[in-house]
Design a protein. Structure first.
Length: 424
């Protein structure tokens, strides 16, 4: 009988142990659940605070953008405007946001700037940033100059989702720059006229030679015709000489008229050799009067540059005249000017080298300053005007002493014409 009682006791013991284990497991599970609940509540609180901070920051950002005095816009790759702040709407002269939002930016960009703006948009959506000046035509038909800084706007995956542009109205600045350019054109024209006045004696002598030759050949022809001694061949040769001298005089006059012309020629591809020859045609008489030899050393197949022919001719003529005057006290055998052309990258290079006494270093450092001059009767505006012309062409103007011997070299660069660069 005792043997039969023991199994239920063991079973009861096992059952008790199992129940105790279950109670402990449930208790631990409850503890874990309570801990998880607390952790979850903390995370929910942190996320809620993060969302509130994010919303607050977003509101602040929107307020900043809304009060930003410059145009802030978002656009798609196709140019559709997604957003624009009030300052931008005011620039576009839009009464309501829906007059601009959802439309194409190319509807307001002036036609001549649309291709360049498309290229800028393409670069931005490729991950680059860019700056561009262009004109818009507002909804009321007014033209304005704009400068935009465009950057890519990315999502969390670093994918470019929009073009973010910050654009400012630079119309007033453009008008001011145009006023400065107009003043500069007036000053450059006055300088050209003044140069012609200084060179009047030599030019008069240069024109007197072909005119005197025309008179002599013409009188000779008349004498032979009246005496009946002139043959057809003799008269033909004499008349050919008359024509040649007349063409020479006409060429000089044409060059002078073009040089002192108040209306400058447009920027277009120019041949530096033609411009140098035009300048020498004008300054040649003065160089010959001072017994100065001018040596031209053109680079073979010299490419063209983009610029204004008359203005660059003015630069070359001024540099040659300065070189001629610098050698006035040198022995005639040493009076020589070397004019060289070459290429450095995308820039055409022109050098005018004289073999005069040179300048002290402190003077050389100031020769491009307005109103600084080493001449007794100089105004000190020739070289500053030359530098302004060269810099307006995207180049630089500098001066330095020759490496060997005495003398000075003045060097300027000009941007090569785009078509010349593309052909290489």
């Amino acid at each position: 009988m005792q043997f039969l009682v023991h199994p239920p006791l063991w079973a009861l013991l096992i059952t008790v142990l199992i129940l105790i284990g279950l109670v402990l497991y449930v208790g631990r599970l409850n503890l874990n659940l309570r801990h998880s609940k607390k952790v979850l509540e903390v995370e929910i609180g942190e996320r809620r605070r993060a969302e509130e901070n994010l919303m607050q920051n977003e509101n602040h950002l929107r307020q900043i953008i809304a009060t930003e005095p410059e145009c802030v816009k978002l656009q798609t790759p196709e140019g559709i405007l997604l957003e624009m702040n009030p300052a931008g709407l005011a620039l576009m002269e839009a009464g309501q946001p829906d007059e601009i939002i959802g439309t194409s930016v190319y509807n307001i960009i002036a036609p001549e700037f649309r291709d360049d703006y498309r290229k800028l948009s393409t670069r931005v959506f490729a991950g680059e940033s860019g700056v561009m000046e262009f004109q818009i035509i507002s909804l009321k038909g007014r033209r304005r100059w704009m400068e935009t800084h465009a950057v890519p706007l990315r999502d969390r995956c670093n994918k470019v989702i929009a073009l973010l542009g910050i654009t400012r109205d630079i119309t007033a600045r453009k008008h001011a720059e145009e006023g400065v350019r107009q003043h500069y054109r007036e000053l450059a024209h006055a300088s050209r006229v003044n140069t012609m006045g200084e060179m009047a004696s030599g030019l008069a002598h240069e024109l007197n030679q072909p005119l005197a030759a025309i008179a002599n050949y013409s009188h000779g022809c008349l004498r032979r015709i009246r005496s009946g001694t002139g043959t057809v061949d003799d008269l033909t040769r004499a008349i050919e000489q008359v024509c040649n001298q007349a063409d020479r005089a006409a060429e000089i006059i044409r060059s002078l008229r073009g040089f002192v012309n108040k209306a400058d020629s447009p920027h277009q591809p120019q041949d530096i050799r033609d411009i140098v020859h035009e300048a020498i045609l004008i300054v040649g008489p003065e160089a010959r009067t001072h017994e100065v030899e001018i040596n031209l050393k053109f680079m073979p197949d010299m490419p063209r540059f983009m610029g204004n022919a008359i203005q660059i001719e003015q630069v070359i003529l001024n540099l040659i005249r300065n070189a001629v005057e610098a050698m006035s006290n040198m022995p005639p055998v040493l009076r020589r000017i070397d004019l060289r052309t070459s290429i450095e990258g995308n820039m055409a290079v022109v050098e005018v080298r004289d073999f005069g006494p040179g300048l002290p270093h402190e003077t050389l450092a100031r020769i491009f300053d307005p109103f600084f001059t080493t001449k007794m009767t100089g105004m000190g505006m020739g070289l500053p005007i030359c530098r302004s012309i060269v810099e307006a062409h995207g180049g630089t103007l500098s001066a330095f002493h020759n490496e060997k011997g005495c003398g000075l070299t003045v060097r300027f660069t000009l941007r090569r014409a785009m078509e010349e660069t593309l052909h290489e």
